[in-house]
Design a protein around this ligand. Structure first.
Ligand SMILES: Cc1cc2nc3c(=O)[nH]c(=O)nc-3n(C[C@H](O)[C@H](O)[C@H](O)COP(=O)(O)O)c2cc1C
Length: 326
């Protein structure tokens, strides 16, 4: 896939996930086989004030490029200003969010709420394309509700406005995460536009991802929740894309060894006070299918010191390997 002049290989994109895909995560997961990573979404209004937290969200590690920086907002001029800021801060691509269904975003007409007004979507896209010298992309849902499926209309306007690629998360805003992503809509979108289309939603298995990609004809796939605690899904899909046999999933002990490496990377970059709460979520996911996971998660939630959490993971690894050694 090419986005403007940027070559993306493998055509696997790490989904933007607020509170999750900071620079550390993007750099950690990149070597598993990501062709593109996207920052957490950033408020265009917040960028006007340049708050420290907001600037951290657009910060890059350096290892994870190309990086797309995602913006949300409902005002074309503010979005254009924000696009210039993130471009100056190193964004390779600027992505516009028309997908977020969270009330704190939609109550100010941002994210998926923009889809209720395709003219406004178009004005935002035109202003952002005009503002920067790098490719602009857009990520959306099907529409606000089942009765207002505007994705083809908005996609055609995007193409006209000079947007260089589109991602579709095939749910409506009203659905939030309920039901299933409907890949038939993604196939329909691919047939309706000439610019690259990235398909997104519910890809949690390598073979399923390949099947969905082939059936819909998309140029790339975007993976979100299923990669958390399981970045090996990315390398398994890359194996299939590059015609190799798929690597087996790692053992539970190896998964937890990687969780410790992830923990150290977060500690190094964010310090204990910020890394510990974030790592509770991640370790809980690395623990999936580990015997006694529920109890381990509960113990982990009560630990405030990184050293104690890491010791608990190490103890779990020893427990997992003891029967093998015997
Ligand atoms: C915790 C979390 C945070 C998210 N934050 C964003 C975001 O900042 N921007 C965005 O476009 N989508 C966001 N999403 C949606 C994902 O990018 C993706 O579209 C969605 O999870 C569906 O893909 P999946 O089924 O592979 O997870 C978020 C999803 C989750 C679970």
């Amino acid at each position: 896939m090419r986005i403007g002049a940027i070559e993306i290989w493998p055509p696997i994109v790490l989904a933007p996930m607020s509170g999750v895909t900071n620079r550390t995560m993007r750099a950690l997961y990149k070597p598993f086989g990501l062709g593109l990573t996207v920052t957490e979404f950033v408020s265009s209004n917040a960028l006007k004030y340049g708050s420290k937290r907001t600037m951290e969200m657009i910060d890059q590690h350096g290892l994870e490029r190309p990086v797309s920086t995602q913006l949300w907002g409902d005002d074309p001029q503010t979005m254009a200003f924000a696009a210039k800021v993130v471009r100056e801060c190193g964004a390779d691509i600027v992505d516009i969010n028309f997908g977020c269904p969270a009330p704190k975003v939609t109550k100010t007409n941002g994210g998926s709420a923009c889809l209720r007004d395709p003219d406004r979507c178009e004005a935002i896209m035109r202003a952002v394309v005009e503002a920067v010298d790098c490719p602009v992309t857009m990520k959306m849902r099907l529409g606000w509700s089942e009765e207002q499926l505007v994705y083809i209309d908005v996609a055609r306007r995007a193409q006209e406005a000079g947007v260089k690629a589109l991602t579709l998360h095939a749910r409506t805003a009203k659905q939030f995460y309920k039901g299933n992503a409907d890949w038939e809509h993604i196939a329909r979108l691919k047939r309706a536009v000439d610019i690259p289309v990235i398909g997104n939603g519910d890809l949690d298995d390598a073979q399923l991802a390949m099947d969905r990609m082939r059936a819909s004809g998309v140029d790339a796939i975007m993976l979100g929740r299923a990669t958390l605690g399981n970045p090996w899904l990315i390398s398994q899909i890359r194996d299939l894309m590059e015609g190799r046999a798929m690597q087996p999933a790692p053992s539970a002990a190896d998964r937890l060894r990687y969780a410790i490496a992830h923990y150290h990377a977060m500690l190094d970059e964010w310090g204990e006070v910020r890394a510990v709460p974030q790592m509770r979520k991640h370790v809980a996911l690395y623990l999936k299918n580990v015997p006694g996971a529920a109890q381990l998660r509960e113990r982990l939630m009560r630990l405030d010191r990184a050293a104690d959490a890491i010791a608990l993971i190490e103890e779990t690894i020893v427990g997992l390997e003891r029967p093998l050694a015997a």
